[in-house]
Design a protein around this ligand. Structure first.
Ligand code: ADP
Length: 493
């Protein structure tokens, strides 16, 4: 082997990330975490990364005040040629450049997402403005890495309206974080706001059904490469059950589709240094540190304080995707005097109400925190023994990764990234990271919880070994960032 070759530094690559949310500026779910952590991991692997985001009004002032005006111009958008202001506000942090696209008319709402009537024009504008801003700044990356439907028109604009401009040099990757949301609206509205030519509203690009346009579908057609956030989800979305009506389109484009599992930011999620915890702990003293966090959590939430209770956590958006009807079905059976359940989440009223009902019915054993609370999430990851993630579908899922990092054993359904990241416990070989079940049935979730409880109460030394295995598992971004980098190299050698 030629040692000189293997030790040669990898060539530098430039990447523009385009997406609708990014922690800590604005985050509603896993996409926000990825947009924060992956660029940072890539800068450590010899990449120049610019993250392009909307400048929403809800971004905290402490970040807004640090943004520096980088320039502005006007851009035509709609079919009738209406022109809009595009401002670029820049913020450089830890080697990553964040460019916020500024426009009061589109981004002055409180939340990033409101309803499709407003969101369709907003993200047509954002996609086109992101490309125009790259041309304006004369920063032409090797790769434009777009995320979810909100950025899906980027590849479409890039290969049509922007063909012949400098930015067209870049290759486009579109990552599917969640196929459920696609940006579908009637053709006249999307045609008007995007200003895209008629021929793109064809069944192979943007058209869906009889008279709808699907922004995600268009992006999938024009992207040079499609990725999704786990190998299993990449296979699943090519089937009718998980494909959200795009399975045929994805099968057609399967030659450019691959799955790369997410990691987590191991500095942000570190039980040794996490300031939000009652007691910090490492893999060395987890068996002491975890009960301390458990007692603090129980005290904070008004649960009976007892380190020997089996505490099950659930941190989730409360929507059908997350398998909460299974949790609803088994929750009364879980409460047996030895078990406590802590729920943190917001979402559909029916789940919020049922979990509130269970809290009232099983006071001292169930606590339902119907809110979004970053601090409490950290405390649950540290204080719970197990974390439930029984999703109907889960492109990757971050909560099971964070749980493992904090020595909390995940109980998951074998779907998407949950299947790829949680190895089921094998009682004969004493291997595995958590407890799993396959079919979407309450009875199977119930059995998985019983298996977990049985090991916890009757085989604690094996349980503790699993806790340590989970904490030692590599859930960092390093490996996944290297795979993305290899993809960038493949597209622009
Ligand atoms: P999704 O993106 O589908 O919502 P993920 O598992 O990929 O699910 O990511 C969820 C992220 O949001 C995790 O970082 C989790 O800790 C966080 N999270 C979800 N709900 C809440 C909540 N109510 N309070 C605090 N953090 C939450």
């Amino acid at each position: 082997m030629n040692n000189n070759l293997t030790s040669m530094p990898e060539p530098r690559r430039s990447v523009a990330f385009v997406g609708s949310e990014c922690y800590p500026f604005v985050k509603t779910g896993g996409l926000g975490d990825v947009m924060y952590a992956l660029p940072r991991a890539l800068t450590a692997q010899n990449c120049d990364v610019k993250v392009i985001l909307p400048r929403y009004k809800c971004i905290p002032w402490k970040y807004q005040e640090k943004m520096v005006y980088r320039g502005s111009f006007t851009m035509d958008l709609c079919a009738d040629g209406r022109r809009y202001y595009v401002g670029i506000m820049e913020y450089v942090w830890d080697g990553v450049v964040y460019d916020f696209i500024d426009n009061e008319e589109f981004f002055s709402w409180g939340n990033p997402y409101t309803n499709l009537v407003d969101d369709i024009p907003k993200y047509c504008f954002f996609a086109k403005a992101a490309l125009a801003a790259l041309n304006y700044m004369d920063w032409i990356p090797d790769i434009i890495h777009c995320h979810d439907w909100q950025a899906a028109l980027v590849p479409v604009y890039l290969r049509t309206v922007f063909e012949g401009t400098r930015v067209a040099f870049a290759k486009a990757i579109l990552t599917i974080h969640n196929l459920r949301f696609q940006g579908i609206y009637d053709i006249p509205t999307v045609k008007y706001w995007s200003g895209l030519p008629d021929y793109l509203f064809d069944y192979h690009v943007l058209k869906q059904g009889v008279d709808d346009a699907n922004m995600f579908k268009g992006g999938l057609t024009y992207a040079d490469m499609i990725t999704t956030v786990s190998k299993t989800y990449a296979d699943e979305i090519q089937t009718p059950f998980y494909g959200e009506h795009l399975d045929d389109h994805l099968r057609y484009h399967s030659g450019k589709l691959c799955g790369i599992v997410n990691g987590i930011d191991v500095e942000q999620w570190d039980s040794e240094t996490d300031k939000l915890l009652a007691a910090n702990y490492s893999v060395e003293d987890v068996l002491v540190g975890k009960p301390q966090n458990k007692m603090a959590l129980q005290e904070k939430l008004g649960l009976e304080q007892d380190p020997d209770k089996f505490v099950i956590g659930l941190i989730s958006r409360l929507t059908d995707q997350k398998g909460l009807d299974l949790v609803n079905a088994i929750l009364p059976n879980l409460i047996d005097g030895n078990t406590q359940v802590v729920i943190l989440g917001t979402g559909d009223a029916r789940y919020e109400n049922s979990f509130r009902y269970y809290e009232n019915t099983y006071k001292g054993s169930v606590c339902s925190c119907i809110m979004y609370d970053e601090g409490l999430a950290h405390q649950i990851y540290a204080g719970a023994d197990a974390l439930l993630v029984p999703s109907l579908f889960e492109p990757c899922g971050l909560t099971q990764l964070i749980a493992m990092r904090y020595g909390t054993v995940p109980i998951v359904r074998e779907t998407g990234g949950l299947k790829d990241t949680v190895q089921p416990y094998n009682m004969f070989t004493n291997e595995g990271n958590g407890f799993t079940f396959d079919r979407y049935e309450a009875g199977l979730l119930w059995e998985a919880v019983i298996r977990a409880k049985t090991l916890y109460f009757t085989g604690r030394e094996y349980w503790d070994e699993m806790v340590i295995r989970d904490m030692e598992k590599d859930v960092s971004w390093d490996n996944s960032a290297a795979q993305y980098r290899a993809l960038y190299m493949m597209l622009r050698p």
